[in-house]
Design a protein around this ligand. Structure first.
Ligand SMILES: C[S@@+](CC[C@H](N)C(=O)[O-])C[C@H]1O[C@@H](n2cnc3c(N)ncnc32)[C@H](O)[C@@H]1O
Length: 223
């Protein structure tokens, strides 16, 4: 699957710079539905997941902007990019000087995309297919990035408790979110806001306000 997933990603996307973050280039698609149909045909699965990995989402874009402005948040640290999708946050962490970066996602095409995007940006990123929300938060990570994970209720209901447990174990957390209804923003500490350029293939508007949050007060992050 790994080689064929890589070939599929390359066939259906184009390497391009991210508007406003031109140092980052990702394999991205223009349209959701034709690509989703191609995945259904490729996998023989009419219930196949949408191609989240073929787009840079508002939450991940906000994280990438924050890491560009605050590289000290990741420099020399071990980073886990949860729900990595294209690997956008992971690539931004590598660019900001992280020492070790891992991207995890449940979608095999995302794992292929993360590998391709790591190479396109000359970075080392370990890409793992796993639902880590069933595990205890990892002991060998300094900071977890979570870009745009609150777009549906079931996932949202699992992510924040897991991130809170990670924080209790001493792991720092950076969340990027473009105003999704399932993120309980009032429970978090806001650090920054960015106007991010997204696409009307995914959102109602092609510009969104992406907000950066952390959990708890005793972190080193600068607003
Ligand atoms: C909206 S995309 C965000 C991708 C990326 N972080 C960004 O901001 O561009 C959400 C991603 O979460 C992944 N995902 C959903 N449930 C997951 C889980 N339990 N564990 C890991 N990834 C998951 C999806 O496959 C998808 O790639």
């Amino acid at each position: 699957m790994a080689a064929s997933a890589r070939a599929f990603v390359l066939r259906h996307t184009r390497l391009r710079p991210i508007p406003g973050l031109e140092a980052i280039r990702l394999q991205l698609a223009d349209e959701v539905l034709p690509l989703w149909h191609a995945i259904q045909v490729e996998t023989g699965d009419p219930e196949a997941a949408l191609p989240y990995w073929a787009f840079a989402w508002g939450g991940g874009l906000a994280v990438a902007h924050y890491l560009r402005d605050h590289p000290e948040a990741v420099a020399g640290r071990r980073i886990l990019d949860f729900a990595s999708g294209s690997g956008l946050c992971a690539v931004a962490a590598v660019g900001a000087g992280a020492s070790e970066v891992t991207g995890v996602d449940i979608d095999p095409f995302a794992v292929a995309a993360i590998g391709l995007n790591a190479r396109a940006n000359r970075g080392r990123i370990a890409a793992i297919r796993r639902d880590v929300l069933d595990d205890e938060p990892p002991g060998d990570v300094d900071l977890i990035l979570a870009g745009d994970c609150w777009y549906e209720a079931r996932l949202a209901g699992r992510v924040l408790p897991w991130l809170v447990r990670a924080r209790e174990r001493g792991i720092e957390v950076l969340i990027g979110d473009p105003g999704r209804r399932y993120l309980p923003a009032a429970e978090l500490r806001e650090l920054a806001r960015y106007e991010v350029r997204t696409t009307t293939e995914l959102e109602d508007l092609d510009h969104k306000e992406g907000r950066i949050f952390t959990i708890g007060s005793a972190t080193a992050f600068r607003a």
